[in-house]
Design a protein. Sequence first.
Length: 230
Amino acid sequence: FELLTKQHFTCRGLQPPPYYVAAMAGSFYTRLFPSNSVHFFHSSMSVMWLSQVPENLDGSMNKGNVYIGATTPPMVTKLYQNQFEKDFLQFLRMRCKEIVPRGRMVLTLVGRRSKDVFDAGRTTIGFELLSQVLRTLVAEGRVEKEKLDSFNIPIYCASVDELKQLVCHNDLIDISDIQLFEMDGNCMDDPEPVEGPAAAQAIGQSTSATLIKGGDRVPYRKPFRGFYTR
């Protein structure tokens, strides 16, 4: 970051202003910096993660799903929406105490184009496939059904309208600009794509940490490989 900043100013014959860059450890749903101390915030691919599984969501309400799926009841969807609203406003409150007057903040987060909560593009597809994999493990007797039914991923992909409404209904910040763009997750665009069993193992490893609960590790290699080759 420092090198890019120097290059940006040097090519224009300017001296970069004094600045201090910090990446802070801790939950962004709590205070991280002193009051009125930050001029610019940047959060990338973080704020869609909830502080917890939605309140009042018990193990019998979202059977067979790990997120909002095709068979998710409306009441579960509402609990996810309520938790995101609560967490997002908490995030804004904390940052508004830390940022200086007329400071700036750039947030990049996974969202969705449609008003349909289930239509979150590749995110929906990914979690739906993960649910299918776990249901396969249940059918094979490798995972208990109760554990699957009680597992819900704490994430919510908001729409642009939802974000605008949350900001406009609370006098915390003003939106200067908001854009919706799509990231291409096609591995064929990668100069060194990962394919076959290696891709299955990579997917399994990237999600296995999320699937560890109470010391139980979910086996992943065989199910992910099976879904890749079908």
